[in-house]
Design a binder for this molecule. Sequence first.
Ligand code: 3PY
Ligand code: MG
Length: 261
Amino acid sequence: MINQALNHWRAGESSLGVWSNLPDIHLAETLARMGFDWICFDLQHGLMDYGDLTRLLPAICGQPLTPLVRVAANQPEQIGKVLDAGAQGVIVPMVNTAEDAQRAVAACRYPPAGTRSCGPLRDAMIEGFQYLATANEQVACIVMIETEEGLANVEAIAATPGVDAIFVGPMDLCYGLGLAPGDFTNDKFKAAIARILAATKAAGIATGMFGYTAQMANDVLNNGFDFASAGTDVSFFRSGAQQALAIASGDDESNSREAVY
Ligand code: 3PY
Ligand code: MG
């Protein structure tokens, strides 16, 4: 298995991804053909479950983008199951300590590097047991910093062996810092981002962020991040409908682009 997105980050190349919240194989298939470097199926906040995931992953198979899954929680059973279903990496929410990070890494790696149980069902259906030779090196373990505690421990989390990247959840981070949700220009938020970037640079790992708008994703990449999501199926659908309504009615006011999942 070759993890395209992870290898881009390792080579110092930035990348844009897309977020999938809806359990529709045709939407996923369409998004997969747009030229994004990775797609993330969201089992934390997305309107999808594990059964949906087992259909969404095959729907994008063969497309040139890396399938990632955000799990609902930092639980080894969940992480193992989504990797066995064909995810090439996991995004783990609410990682607050180095111990949390070690737990996520252990769930992603076969012994002796970790404790992942062997049963890569779909990976082996596609690739055979050759998968096992590359899995530990190519599965991306991405941990989310999105709380005050996570920020306080970000240096230790970034330095945890086996963590490939830190992904910022900007809305939860606002809440964690006592800011209004979406107050991304607040100095406190900017200082938190600077600290996270310093920690990841020092550890030699990649940094990503959830982009609430395409402009936000572009800004993030221009400010030292390695990867960002450029939008979600839901946000694209909503902004497309808003734009159609604005243009068709000649009402520019309704053509505003607000933050949305
Ligand atoms: C956040 O903004 O906290 C996220 O996790 C994005 O989904
Ligand atoms: Mg979050």
